[in-house]
Ligand binder design. Structure first.
Ligand code: GDP
Length: 456
């Protein structure tokens, strides 16, 4: 494989920059461009060591650097690799990259280092995918679940299921080799047991996606309320920044604003919606239709009512819209004279969770946070022991596999010939191989790695 190079640190100003190189000619190229303080033959340099020296071009010192050496097969990609730690910033790292390119390296594609680690068999596809998850994580929980997957826990579980299937397949093949024998009943029983056992394991994995998805995407939470109830103020308070425009002119939040936040370690995808009311113009109408859809779609609704006023027709319309959802009701503006109380029957009908707040004075917000923690207790998920599916691709494969397990079981129940059942079982094996990567098309692989950042 060619020798690839890339800048691995994020663009911008920083203390150091890292240029990474991997492939057969890594050390050959390095020897041409790097002059270590103490010159040594490359054969004598041990892997996992670092050398200090200068990057040189046409006799000129370009930068003072530290270079780490990784020798095949003990490296991220399993190939010869090096990492040049240069000064940070936009200019110097680019210059060193160009020097590497001039001396024979090729520019790496996004994710190409990890792709090589996968193609060279050091990690499987699900582990490679977890690398992106860790890098793109928006919360510590997401990092943790990614690291667990990188450790290979999902891969191990899939391997175990596959081994179970293989054991039975071997058994079946023996019978097929001697077709004069009927399938013994005991063997049928064994197949049925195996199918039940993997079904249980697969269902558990499929179910784990409920929490896995929350960890990855956040609980979709719509903040809803009539104009001026205090939606934008709440969003701003939660975000601690002026993300949405706070204004007392009705109907200015015309589009929805989405933001990912973690509250007490619970990830939320917050959507601030345009005030729901009878719109006067077309643009506002679009915003309102969007709000209604967001509300229908959300897993949690934070409904804000102006506690200093009686419920209006607009409030009633909102209540109608959210009555079947998981709702936290905020009675806002508690700093003003209280008109709407927690005992309000109309409100009590849609939710037990009613909290008095003054968003303006930041009062009652902690109670809101505690309520969210109480409703979605993700702390119950034990990331140390549970295997969590967080990736939609994996979830879809598992669902497909469960379908085939069901079909195989049905075929067995109605005494279909054993070779038909074998076809289903082999399909299950193949599908599980799509998670770990033994049975995926090049297109799928390319698609997965194209989502990576450069230099990883
Ligand atoms: P939205 O239209 O629902 O997004 O409402 P905004 O967040 O823009 O707030 C509308 C107005 O109500 C603004 O003038 C806010 O300052 C005011 N407001 C928001 N929360 C409170 C509160 O707790 N008490 C009082 N007195 N005013 C508030």
């Amino acid at each position: 494989m060619s020798t690839i190079v890339s800048i691995s640190t994020a663009p911008g100003i920083g203390g150091i920059g890292i240029i990474r190189m991997s492939g057969e000619n890594t050390f050959e190229i390095l020897t041409k461009i790097f002059r270590p303080l103490k010159e040594e033959k490359i054969e004598n340099i041990k892997g996992y060591t670092m050398k200090y020296g200068n990057i040189i071009e046409n006799g000129e010192i370009i930068d003072e650097v530290l270079v780490s050496y990784f020798k095949a097969p003990k490296s991220y990609t399993t190939e010869n690799m090096c990492e040049i730690n240069s000064h940070g910033g936009n200019i110097i790292v680019k210059r060193i990259l160009e020097i590497c390119l001039k001396n024979g390296a090729q520019l790496a594609e996004p994710g190409e280092f990890t792709k090589r680690a996968f193609l060279n068999g050091r990690i499987d596809l699900s582990q490679a995918e977890s690398v992106i998850d860790v890098i793109n994580a928006k919360s510590y929980k997401e990092v943790k679940s990614g690291i667990k997957q990188l450790e290979g826990r999902l891969s191990k579980q899939i391997r175990e299921i596959k081994q179970e299937i293989l054991d039975v397949l071997v058994n079946i093949e023996v019978t097929i080799d001697y077709p004069e024998y009927d399938v013994p009943e005991v063997q049928e029983k064994e197949i049925a047991n195996m199918l039940d056992s993997i079904n249980t394991k697969l269902q558990r994995l499929e179910k784990s996606f409920d929490n896995g998805r929350i960890i990855k995407e956040g609980i979709k939470t719509a903040i809803i309320g009539k104009p001026n109830a205090g939606k934008s103020s709440l969003l701003n308070t939660i975000l601690g920044e002026e993300r949405a425009i706070v204004t007392d002119i009705e109907g200015t939040t015309r589009d929805t604003i989405e933001e990912f936040v973690t509250i007490n370690d619970i990830p939320l995808k917050l959507v601030d919606t345009a005030g729901i009311r009878k719109a006067k113009d077309e643009v506002e109408k679009i915003g309102i239709t969007k709000s209604i859809n967001e509300a229908k779609d959300a897993e949690l609704i934070i409904a804000i009512f102006d506690g200093s006023k009686e419920l209006t027709d607009e409030d009633i319309e909102i209540i109608e819209l959210i009555k079947d959802k998981r709702v936290i009701i905020l009675l806002n503006k508690s700093d003003l004279k209280e008109v709407l109380t927690k005992d309000n029957e109309t409100l009590a009908k849609i939710s037990k969770n009613i909290i008095k707040v003054s968003i303006l004075n930041k009062e009652g917000i902690e109670q809101l946070y505690d309520k969210i923690s109480e409703m979605f207790n993700l702390n119950e998920i034990n990331l140390d022991n549970e295997i969590l599916i967080t990736n939609l691709r994996h979830k879809n494969i598992i669902s497909k596999t469960i379908e085939n397990v069901k079909k195989a079981k049905e075929a067995l129940d109605i005494n279909m010939p054993i070779d038909i059942i074998t076809i289903y079982i082999k399909e299950i094996l193949e599908e599980l191989g799509e998670i770990t990567g033994e049975a995926v098309t090049e297109d799928v692989i390319n698609e997965i790695f194209s989502k990576f950042c450069l230099g990883k």
